[in-house]
Design a protein around this ligand. Structure first.
Ligand SMILES: [Zn+2]
Length: 59
């Protein structure tokens, strides 16, 4: 089965791939590192905050 690495979009195989669904250790570590460092979370929190500010009436 052929899959695409969710990080770099390179074609790789599912079978005998220790880094699946990634193509390599590097892609897996970078992607996991992003979650661990909270990069995605911080981004969504900032968005929520901004929407809140825009919804409130300024005094
Ligand atoms: Zn990759």
């Amino acid at each position: 089965m052929k899959i695409r690495c969710p990080f770099c979009r390179k074609l790789t195989t599912w079978e005998e791939n220790p880094w699946r669904p990634f193509c390599s250790e590097r892609c897996k570590l970078i992607d996991l590192g992003k979650w661990a460092s909270g990069e995605y979370r911080i981004e969504s929190e900032e968005k929520e905050k901004k929407e809140e500010e825009e919804g409130g009436k300024p005094e």
